[in-house]
Ligand binder design. Structure first.
Ligand code: FMN
Length: 189
C-alpha cells in the first residue's frame, strides 16, 4: 500500500465500523484533558463517520465529566485498534459539542433505538446510584432528550501504525478544516 491507499483504507475501515457492531473500530478510546491537566480516557461508540470531511460522531450524556472537560478544552484524541491486521489509528483533532436542544442531537436521538435512548434516562453518570431521586436530579424526560449530547470530532491528524513481525510501519497524515489531505509521510515506527 502507498500512502494514499493507507489513508483511504483507514477511513474506509472507520466508515464501515460506524455501521458494523462487530468491527474493532466500532469502539474507540476518547481521550481528553481534565481541569487538572490529567489525561482522561474512556471507550465510546463510533456512531457516524464522514470520511470525506474526516468527521466522526459520538454520543454522550451532557452531565458526564467528559462533556465539561471537552467544553473547556476541545483538543481530543481518538484511539482505535484493529487486531487484523494489527493496526492502530490515533486521531487527533477538535471536538464540537452539540447540546440536547441542537438540531444535531434531535436528529441523532430520533435515529436511536429505544433501548439506546434509555441509557440517557438515569441519574447523572458517575453519581452514586440512588443518590438522588429522579425528580430531584432534574430528570424529567423519559426519552433522554434532555441529556443526549453529540460530539462532532474533526480530525486534524491521523497517526497510522501497523505492527508486523519484522518491519512495523507507521505513517502520519494531516487534514485541513474541510478534510482535505494536506500532508502524508512515512515515519520511523
Ligand atoms: C464498550 C463501551 C462503549 C461505551 N460507549 C459510550 C458512548 O458511546 N458514550 C459514552 O458517553 N459513554 C460510553 N461508554 C462509557 C464510557 O466509557 C465512560 O465510562 C462514561 O461515559 C463516563 O465517562 P466520563 O466520566 O469520562 O465522562 C462506553 C463504555 C464501554 C465499555
Amino acid at each position: 500500500m502507498n500512502l494514499a491507499e493507507v489513508d483511504a483504507s483507514a477511513w474506509a475501515e472507520l466508515e464501515g465500523a460506524a455501521a458494523d457492531p462487530q468491527s474493532a473500530f466500532r469502539y474507540l478510546n476518547l481521550c481528553s484533558v481534565d481541569a487538572y491537566g490529567r489525561p482522561q480516557a474512556r471507550m465510546v461508540v463510533l456512531r457516524r463517520v464522514d470520511a470525506a470531511r474526516r468527521v466522526l460522531e459520538i454520543h454522550t450524556d451532557v452531565r458526564s465529566p467528559k462533556w465539561q472537560e471537552i467544553s473547556a478544552n476541545p483538543l481530543v484524541t481518538l484511539l482505535g485498534y484493529g487486531p487484523q491486521p494489527k493496526v492502530q489509528l490515533r486521531l487527533q483533532g477538535l471536538a464540537e459539542l452539540h447540546g440536547p436542544a441542537s438540531e444535531c442531537a434531535t436528529e441523532a436521538r430520533s435515529l436511536l433505538p429505544q433501548s439506546t435512548r434509555n441509557t440517557y434516562v438515569g441519574g447523572p453518570p458517575g453519581d452514586e446510584i440512588g443518590e438522588l431521586p429522579a425528580s430531584e436530579g432534574g430528570i424529567a424526560d423519559a426519552d433522554g432528550r434532555a441529556f443526549l449530547g453529540v460530539l462532532i470530532f474533526r480530525a486534524e491528524t491521523l497517526d497510522w501504525f501497523q505492527l508486523r513481525h519484522a518491519d512495523n510501519r507507521r505513517a502520519v497524515f494531516a487534514y485541513d478544516h474541510l478534510g482535505a489531505l494536506t500532508s502524508s509521510r512515512w515515519v520511523n515506527p
